[in-house]
Design a protein around this ligand. Structure first.
Ligand SMILES: N[C@@H](CCC(=O)N[C@@H](CS)C(=O)NCC(=O)O)C(=O)O
Length: 196
């Protein structure tokens, strides 16, 4: 397993954290800005983005796809419920929900902030709507799926971290608590240390 990362990028944390939770060996390639803009990197990711995973058979991109894939490679680690179960469907649900309903408006709210503050506020409102859904799902529960830590928590909390980082929302209440519990996981700490 080889992960391609660029300093300052927030999304590679998800896959490195997943690998650390699994205790799976991996190599981390930290590219310079020039390397990440090169044709060589575009041959890994057509838009030149990170993270990219080389799983030994080829390249895979899209951070949540990487997390789901490596969790599948270690079914006994318990990070992902069995294929075809309701809990597995819930993992997909939270992965897609976070990646489509929260991350894009969070990034949009950051991009529009200076020149189009009203559009930025509208995007931040959409982020808050998505976060409220996660808050509600966590009401009285520690984790999103099956009362245990799964890759859904890695993806959802990873997206929430990006939303906080770009200033799209201020964590409070249950999501603030959830983010601190996730951040305190030793595997997450190791991932942060590896990424620098
Ligand atoms: N949806 C993609 C987004 C990837 C992405 O935008 N990554 C950022 C770093 S966190 C990037 O490479 N940005 C460089 C660029 O946009 O050129 C994923 O989740 O992997």
């Amino acid at each position: 397993m080889r992960i391609y990362h660029r300093p300052g990028a927030g999304r590679p944390l998800r896959i490195v954290w997943t690998l650390e939770e699994l205790g799976a060996p991996y190599e981390l390639v930290i590219m310079s800005p020039e390397e990440s803009a090169s044709d060589e990197h575009r041959s890994r990711h057509p838009l030149g983005r990170v993270p990219v995973l080389d799983d030994g058979e080829g390249m895979v991109f899209e951070s949540s796809a990487l997390c789901l894939h490596v969790a599948d490679l270690h079914p006994d680690a318990g990070l992902i419920p069995a294929v075809g179960t309701h809990d597995r469907a819930l993992v997909y649900q939270w992965a897609f929900f976070s990646m489509t309903e929260i991350e894009p408006p969070a990034v949009e709210s950051r991009r529009r902030r200076e020149r189009w503050p009203e559009l930025s506020d509208a995007a931040a409102e959409r982020v808050r709507g998505g976060v409220a859904v996660i808050e509600e799902a966590l009401n009285g529960k520690e984790y999103l799926v099956a009362d245990r830590f799964t890759v859904a928590d890695i993806i959802a909390s990873g997206v929430l971290r990006v939303a906080v980082r770009v200033g799209a929302y201020e964590p409070s209440g249950r999501t603030a608590e959830y983010l601190s519990v996730m951040a305190a996981r030793p595997a997450m700490q190791r991932a942060i240390a590896r990424l620098g």
